[in-house]
Write a protein that binds this ligand. Structure first.
Ligand code: RIB
Length: 354
């Protein structure tokens, strides 16, 4: 099998010149570069990233661990990270945890043996990333935690202004005249769920509205959770007139429960989701939501990780991205309003539901 020595012989150059041409580590005069590339072609040489990685104790892999690629929020995050990795000469390797922390530990242990340059993690529920990250850093790998942070996280991070986003949504509903507001949160041991709840409560407090414990429901970030908790809310007396669902999947479950109960959104109950997924534009009614950019989240994380690879030292950096409240048809003043009172411009759909 052809190797770099063979190429050097054939091209009549040193091994170092071959290495510089193939790895782009130094500028090589054009005639020499061409001789090396011709020799590569003649011999059919395929560089082994593994061998190269072992020599450098680092591969050009950017590892990424997420809860579940089937959740429509996460593909955008992965794509953003991959695009940045690609333009900088890295390849992205992806693992799903299904929110299971023991699976996350297995991935963390296995991925480390591939000697990645960096690791981006959306932690699972009850993640032990804080402890595990140290062993990555010891190998010189950058670790960036995104979207939600595990307990005591002190490394680099990219998140969004969760509290502000929820505060704005709840304030909007209060502005429409709602006083009986419910919230369906994600798992409350996750920092993003905690912050969204804080923002919701702050809006109520500021308006002098007492938050009724039964109106606060905690669930998993999925449709089944939203459906089950909305059924509970709809049986309460008095029934809430508005719900803030702390992600769009919860909101989709809520819409279904509202419809099944023979009620109408927004005439009987207003609903705002969180994430602003494209698919919320094809629901009926179109769902209002607190938009965040999954692509930007992933891209910023990859930038941060690869910056850290280039320059290891320095204090932890925390990037907080902005959210944007997007009002569509699922909100109206309480008491049988027929149409949404205020409409904001909508984005173009990126894809439609099959
Ligand atoms: O649907 C995925 C949700 O989980 C998003 O709201 C995201 O912020 C998250 O942690």
């Amino acid at each position: 099998m052809a190797n770099m020595k063979k190429i050097a012989e054939l091209a009549g150059v040193s091994l170092g010149t071959v290495s510089h041409v193939l790895n782009g580590t130094a500028k090589v005069r054009e005639p020499l570069r061409k001789r090396v590339l011709d020799a590569v072609q003649v011999t059919g040489y395929q560089p082994s990233q593994l061998a190269r990685g072992l020599r450098r104790d680092k591969t050009n892999i950017l590892a990424m661990i997420i809860p579940d690629i089937l959740n429509p929020f996460f593909p955008g995050v992965v794509r953003g990270a991959e695009d940045v990795a690609f333009t900088k000469g890295y390849r992205l390797v992806l693992c799903n945890t299904d929110n299971d922390h023991s699976k996350e530990i297995m991935h963390l242990n296995a991925l480390r043996t591939y000697l990645p340059s960096g690791l981006i993690v959306i932690p699972s529920d009850f993640s032990e990333l804080t402890v595990q990250a140290e062993s990555y850093r010891r190998t010189g790998a950058a670790v960036v935690c995104i979207d939600r942070l595990p307990r005591n996280w002190d490394g680099d991070s990219v998140t969004i202004n969760n509290a502000e986003g929820a505060y704005e949504a709840a304030s909007y509903l209060i502005g429409l005249g709602h006083r009986r507001l419910a919230a369906i949160t994600g798992p409350l041991h996750l920092t993003n769920s905690q912050d969204r709840l804080k923002g919701f409560k702050r809006a109520l407090k500021q308006a002098g509205i007492e938050s009724i414990p039964g109106y606060l429901q905690e669930t998993t970030f999925d449709r089944a959770g939203g459906y089950a908790k909305t059924k509970i809310l709809l049986k309460m007396v008095p029934r809430p007139t508005a719900i803030l669902a702390c992600n769009d999947m919860i909101a989709l479950g809520a819409l279904l429960a509202i419809r099944e109960a023979g009620l109408h959104c927004p005439d009987d109950i207003s609903l705002i989701g969180f994430d602003g997924l494209d698919l919320t534009e094809v629901t009926s009614p179109q769902l209002s939501s607190v938009y965040q950019s999954p692509y930007q989240l992933g891209a910023a994380a990859a930038e941060l990780a690869l910056d850290r690879v280039a320059q290891e030292e320095g204090p932890a950096r925390h990037i907080v991205l902005k959210t944007e409240l997007r009002i569509r048809d699922s909100v109206a003043p309480p008491a049988k309003a027929k149409r949404a009172a205020v409409k904001a411009p909508t984005r173009k759909a990126g894809y439609v539901l099959a």
